[in-house]
Design a protein around this ligand. Structure first.
Ligand code: DON
Length: 563
């Protein structure tokens, strides 16, 4: 019936509604939804759902597909996090964050005077953390998946082997990467077997990546961490100055952890615990906002922006002081930081007339790059997956073994590189996140699921380095407090404050000149930015029995696909 309507030329509105089930940037589905940074990847996920796969199956398949079609952040050479709640309300998380190699040392990025060699922690093979993605996706599937593993990896093998039409975005990256500053691996990355650069709309094939994915398809985790792929990683590292060995790869394990939980009014929030700082900071900020009388504060007003910025400032100071890899910081006060009493303490010292001053003798941190990717999935039983993973920078280290066809992360840059040195420009040297062999670097990724009466209601996440925590926070607040429809919550103005450097970043087009002036008079240092966040979300509207998916309009190739 739907097909008939689509073929009719007269019923344009019906066509739009049924063929795309999408209006005002929102896509509707009855049985399931996948939202990701690439439409082909979202379609792979929905195909898995239609085959009877659950949300975990679809998320795993979508993540592998993103490693092929969204290589700037989709990956098998990086790491990330999954938050999962099944339709009955049971929740868990999978931590597949990269680890420092066994030969890593706290001072590996310092010169002989103990100063950070600028950029060294993000460049070259020493910036590569031991990848976690394949182990994490495999663990998620082993524990919670339903379809056979091979069926989840096969679509990505095909996308790599048979190729797909190169998008305008990837074609423009490919062209930009032809200058002399680009490592050879990346310069050749978008070339066809004849050695020519693939252009927009032409088919791009990745035969080496297809072979690596075939090994993962056939051997699971061991197809990456043992055997031929592991040997080739070790060889490439040895020959090019890297320190990851087969021992590192063999020792890598993903870890299942209990989610960080909080509440906001009648809603329950589930997010990622350390080694991500995202969940703790999100819940601390939501608790602070719950104390404010938001009924009397107009959205986007000076009072609103000031309150939100001061809340962020406090949460980011606590992030820097307390958070790191839990396996190396067993004493982290997570229960305290996410408690309502602690929020009271933080809320009480906000001055509603003046900006506080971030004190560089306390804590702070640098910005990260701006490429990571988030996907949200929900299946017919209401089970939901929120998955964020990354290579850190766009195309990570821009290095990889040509025979393997995938890109290595540069995640070592997320450690505090110069122990003991914290500066007002944002360098941070606090102990919980200094480098140790086998340690996971602190992350800001904030894959989140909000539940109502125990069942998933909102599935959300974003890329954006440290801005992730704040863009997810504001989107959740927009939905829960300001009752915005999801597309408006995602598109609404976002701000970012991260304690140090002490500045309030705002989306230039969206904050009025009067508000800017008033904020400056209160003592804020403003800093305009084009866009903050690239959110991928799903709402489960139980009353109407539908899923509503939204891919942020700032994602050029992103799409929500429902069925
Ligand atoms: O784990 C983190 O917090 C960062 N490595 C994420 C990097 C990132 O989001 C860059 N882009 N959007």
């Amino acid at each position: 019936m739907i097909k008939l309507a689509c073929n009719s030329k007269v019923t344009l509105i019906i066509v739009l509604f049924f063929c795309f089930s999408s209006t005002y940037g929102q896509t509707y589905g009855r049985n399931g939804m996948v939202v990701s940074d690439n439409e082909l990847a979202s379609q792979v996920g929905v195909t898995i759902l239609k085959k009877g796969g659950n949300a975990i199956d679809a998320a795993v398949a979508t993540a592998f597909a993103l490693a092929v079609v969204h290589p700037q952040a989709g990956n098998i050479g990086g790491g990330g996090f999954i938050v999962y709640i099944n339709g009955s309300g049971a929740s868990t998380t999978i931590d597949f964050r990269e680890k420092a190699p066994l030969q890593a040392t706290p001072d590996m990025f310092l010169d002989k005077n103990g100063e950070l060699i600028q950029g060294s922690n993000h460049e070259g093979l020493k910036s590569v953390g031991v990848p976690g993605t394949v182990a994490g996706l495999f663990m998620a599937h082993q524990k919670y998946g339903e379809l056979p593993w091979k069926e989840l990896v096969q679509p990505s093998v095909e996308l790599a082997k048979n190729g797909f039409s190169l998008s305008w975005t990837l074609a423009s990256h490919a062209r930009r990467m032809q200058d002399n500053s680009t490592p050879g691996f990346m310069k050749d990355f978008f070339k066809n077997p004849e050695g020519d650069l693939v252009e927009f709309g032409e088919t791009w094939v990745q035969p080496a990546l297809a072979q690596t994915l075939e090994r993962i398809r056939d051997k699971g985790r061991d197809g990456f961490y043992e055997g031929k792929v592991a040997r080739e990683i070790e060889k490439f590292m040895k020959e090019n100055g890297g320190i990851i060995t087969r021992k590192d790869l063999k020792a890598y394990t993903a870890i299942e952890r209990a989610p960080i939980k909080g509440t906001y009014k009648e809603y329950e929030i589930y997010s990622m615990p350390p080694p991500s700082s995202g969940g703790v900071a999100l819940i601390e900020m939501m608790n602070i906002m719950e104390l404010a009388n938001l009924d009397s504060i107009q959205f986007n007003s000076t009072a609103y922006v000031h309150l939100v910025a001061e809340t962020m400032r406090r949460a980011f100071a606590d992030r820097a002081e307390f958070l790191g890899d839990p396996d190396f910081n067993p004493e982290m006060p997570l229960a305290k930081l996410t408690s309502k009493e602690f929020a009271q303490k933080r809320y009480q010292n906000i001055d509603f007339e003046r900006a506080s001053v971030s004190d560089s003798t306390r804590f702070g941190q640098l910005y990260d790059g701006t490429n990571t990717t988030h996907l949200s999935v929900i299946d017919k039983n209401g089970s939901a997956v929120s998955l964020t993973y990354t290579l850190e920078y766009s195309y990570g280290s821009k290095l990889g073994a040509p025979k393997l066809g995938f890109i290595f992360n540069n995640e070592m840059g997320d450690f505090n590189p110069q122990p003991g040195t914290t500066t007002s420009s944002g360098l941070i040297g606090t102990p919980p996140n200094t480098i140790s062999p086998g340690k996971r670097m602190l992350s800001s990724m904030t894959p989140t699921i909000v539940a109502k009466e125990g069942k998933p209601y909102l599935v959300i996440g974003s890329p954006g380095g440290r801005t992730i925590i704040n863009t997810v926070f504001q989107t959740v607040l927009n939905v829960l407090e300001y009752e915005m429809p999801l597309h408006r919550a995602i598109e609404a103005m976002k701000i970012h404050h991260q304690w140090l450097p002490d500045r309030l970043i705002y989306e230039t087009d969206l904050l009025s000149p009067d508000t800017q002036k008033a904020l400056e008079e209160m003592g804020h240092t403003l800093y305009g930015a084009g866009n903050l966040g690239r959110l991928m979300g799903i709402i489960h509207s139980r009353d109407q029995g539908i899923y509503i998916g939204v891919s942020d309009s700032s994602s050029p190739d992103g799409a929500a696909v429902g069925y």
